[in-house]
Design a protein. Structure first.
Length: 636
């Protein structure tokens, strides 16, 4: 992998992206100026034309634009549409300059029922009126390689960009993937190390994370003991760091049983498991291995595509190749269909070949390319992902180096949709898909993260693909992935401040004896209420309505990685509407309480005051007796 993000021997084949309509280049600025003769006078024809405009009352702006030679209209396929943005987003920071969400907690100004909303980043859209990811905030930062200490609060964007580290190809993240059970995130790249982070899945995990943050904060000289509100997704340090590869890691693949494969430019594929610290097995190849894929049904087998133009189906127990197939070009991407019955291989020339998994028998092929222009011969395929739709159809999502993402019907191999917007001309950037098939996400060479909706892929016009994007990094956004539903469900069990606000966890009333027993049997700190405890997610049957809401469909988690080895975790604020309703309700109550206090201030007679006090104390005593008798009845 070279410093500019190219796989060796791909240079001759990778071409800049162009689509069906030939790009019309604007004329040079000098050619658009009025033609002059040798005496620097305007040519009479042009002079007369401009004078006619003045006589007709043409506006000054139009006149000046014609004088300077306005730019020509861009081609329809590459036309820059104005961003559909709310006026409220003008003051938002860009994603690459955003602060990680954290708020100090004090007893004077913090109400845990109504925490302040995080600072949303600026999200742009094209060909789309309403944005799905308008309320997105930076929740956490992770790092592969060196730690980055960028200026934080009270610093201008200009200073932050100036202080940012120059791109270092030795830390680039080229592969990142969530485990199938949603508990782990693996990332790897140019530093030859596979790192695995664990999702915060319990209150103990969150408490451990906060203690570690306090220690790090104390080491930096800041206030380590100040309580704060944050919304991290992962434990701050990796639970595993696997070393063994001698060159850049190009791809990762999880199995259903949490085995992990990594492929590298050192011509090997290595097998790991999160429960083990060492490599379990090494599979040697004749050339670089850009892509690998575990069998979706049987994790004793995996598919490997190599630059030696050979597709291999490996048997892990036998430590040998079960089947192999020779293809016409170097293989750059591989995948299985969801049922595991078909294998797919993408090539450097844009050729995509389909095989029967049993014996790797050839079935058919398609050529991923534009119908005209300089990409008509095909561009390198960088990623393939096959998935099932809600109606049972199988689709194939193919990413290529012409800055296009294409959706094919697996049954008849017909092209159904084409997604454009990102820049992917020479990198190994590949698109990802949400587990429910709702969104497609992809990185870009313009440092942005792009999101397309599968529910309304065409928008108002078929030739305009709706897309949302945000500035994610200060260097190439090499990988973008979206967390599966299981990750959100695990995170909701950890006492997450965002998820708990829009879906409060079930609670149970405990007697003092039960509370004391619960505290003794658990290492968690006691609740400040003393009589109300969160329901144990692992031991109790959760209510169906709580389980249904724990998916948090509007609380997506997007993880991005860049050329410098930086990983950012962005989250949707799914609690926004809940917080707004609560704030409105509080404002109504505050108005009522203000009126009540005003009325009480008018009643200043001592007799009235003396009558109120006994009545209030009597009411409190009766209420306490009722609560005690009710709780005793429940416990009996």
């Amino acid at each position: 992998m070279t410093a500019d993000g190219r796989v060796p021997r791909d240079d001759a084949q990778s071409q800049p992206g162009a689509e069906e309509v030939q790009l019309i280049l604007p004329e040079p600025a000098l050619d658009r100026l009025p033609r002059t003769d040798t005496n620097d006078t305007i040519v009479p024809d042009r002079d007369r034309e401009l004078r006619k405009d003045l006589k007709k009352g043409v506006k000054a702006a139009s006149f000046l634009s014609r004088l300077m030679g306005g730019t020509k209209k861009k081609d329809a396929t590459d036309e820059e549409m104005p961003n559909e943005e709310d006026s409220t987003s003008d003051d938002r920071p860009e994603g690459n300059d955003a602060e990680v969400f954290t708020q100090k907690v004090d007893n004077m100004g913090f109400n845990p029922r109504h925490p302040q909303p995080p600072a949303y980043i600026k999200v742009r859209s094209k060909h789309k009126k309403e944005k799905d990811f308008d309320r997105l905030f930076l929740a956490q930062e992770l790092s592969c390689g060196k730690k980055f200490d960028l200026p934080r609060q009270n610093s201008s964007n200009k200073l932050r960009r100036k202080a940012s580290t120059t791109p270092n190809a030795s830390d680039t993240v080229w592969a990142m993937e969530f485990s199938r059970d949603g508990k782990y995130l693996a990332a790897a790249g140019a530093d030859k190390i596979v790192r695995v982070w664990a999702v915060l899945a319990s209150p103990d995990d969150r408490a451990k994370h906060e203690r570690q943050e306090a220690v790090e904060s104390e080491a930096k000289g800041s206030d380590a003991y100040a309580e704060h509100l944050s919304a991290p997704v992962f434990q701050s340090t990796p639970i595993r760091e696997y070393e063994g590869h001698s060159s850049t890691i190009l791809d990762l693949s999880w199995s259903k049983n949490n085995f992990l494969l990594s492929s590298s430019m050192d011509k090997t594929v290595r097998l790991w498991h999160v429960s083990r610290k060492e490599c379990l097995c090494t599979f040697k190849h004749n050339d670089f291995v850009p892509s690998i894929a575990f069998h979706p049904k049987d994790d004793r087998f995996f598919l490997a595509g190599s630059l030696d133009s050979k597709l291999r189906l490996w048997s892990i127990p036998d430590k040998n190749v079960a089947f192999a197939a020779q293809v016409p070009d170097m293989i750059t991407a591989v995948a299985f269909t969801p049922d595991g019955k078909s294998a797919i291989a993408g090539c450097l020339s844009g050729l995509c070949m389909f095989f029967e998994t049993e014996g790797l028998r050839y079935q058919t092929q398609i050529h991923v390319r534009s119908t005209r222009g300089q990409n008509a011969k095909g561009s390198k395929i960088t990623g393939i992902q096959a998935f099932n739709t809600s109606v049972g159809d199988t689709k194939v999502l193919i990413t290529s180096n012409d800055s296009r993402i294409r959706l094919y019907n697996f049954r008849d191999k017909s092209l159904e949709l084409k997604f454009r917007g990102n820049e992917n001309n020479c990198s190994q950037i590949r698109a990802g898909l949400s587990d429910d098939g709702t969104y497609i996400v992809c990185g870009s060479e313009d440092k942005k993260a792009y999101i397309w909706s599968m529910e309304h892929p065409h928008g108002d016009r078929r030739d305009k693909t709706p897309v949302e994007m945000f500035d994610a990094h200060n260097s190439i956004a090499t990988v973008v992935c979206i967390a599966p539903t299981k990750t959100r469900q695990h995170l909701s069990k950890s006492g997450d401040p965002v998820y708990d606000l829009c879906n409060p966890p079930p609670i149970t009333l405990l007697s003092h004896a039960e509370r004391a027993e619960s505290i003794r049997s658990s290492s968690r700190p006691p609740s400040v209420t003393g009589s109300i405890a969160p329901l144990d997610h692992e031991k109790q049957n959760l209510p169906p309505h709580y389980v249904a809401r724990s998916a948090h469909k509007e609380g997506n988690i997007i993880v991005t990685a860049d050329f410098t080895g930086k990983i950012k975790v962005f989250r949707q604020d799914c609690a926004w509407s809940k917080r707004q309703r609560d704030d409105d309700r509080v404002s109504v109550f505050s108005k009522r309480s203000t009126k009540t206090n005003f009325a009480r201030s008018l009643a200043s007679k001592p007799s009235l005051t003396s009558l109120r006090e006994p009545r209030r104390s009597t009411s409190t005593t009766v209420g306490s007796d009722r609560i005690l008798s009710w709780r005793q009845g429940i416990s009996s």
